[in-house]
Ligand binder design. Sequence first.
Ligand code: VGL
Ligand code: ZN
Length: 205
Amino acid sequence: MLYHINPARDALIVVDVQNDFLPGGALPINDGLEVIPVINRLTPLFNHSFFTRDWHPVNHVSFSEYPQYRDGSWPPHCLVDTPGAELHDDLHLPDNPIVINKGTHSNREAYSGFQGTDLETRLRREGVERVFVCGLATDYCVKFTVLDALRSGFQTVLIEDAARGVDHPLGNAAQAVQEMKQKGAQIAQYREMVASLPELMVNEF
Ligand code: VGL
Ligand code: ZN
């Protein structure tokens, strides 16, 4: 199906496209770089783009000496104010990007961009009714952001090919997509996104 983006009512949430989740980073996600050109083609369709960042203190509860890449056991990553926590340079930010930091408390995990942040408040203030979610990782921060968006009453669309998962064990990312779908998210592909032009045309002539 096609999704006609209404810039007034739709928002894009780009989850954790940070250096540490990309090749050379502390917790790299296979093929993570592939989301960047896709996301760069998505952001211009929206008036409201939110960029979340994992933003951990050095003693964050999820950090393990022997990480398991699941069950909340990860190598130290996305430390506050370090290059690994920065959004990747190739990601084009719009003029008015809104950056949401999460996971900032040492004793609490926060995979979701909604958890412990003002994301919901800001979306409501802007009159957003539907959110499109993409980024890293499909089976962790993207999934929990999607599930919280649904719980908060937003129409929620995962842009599947603009997201990649840790996928450990193999199949975990596909299972996460099924769970999002089962809980009410729509699953879309980049090619199904279309710009809504009528309003622009009325204003220009
Ligand atoms: C994430 C594992 C640990 C993510 C964050 O962004 O999906 N995954 N922290
Ligand atoms: Zn983290």
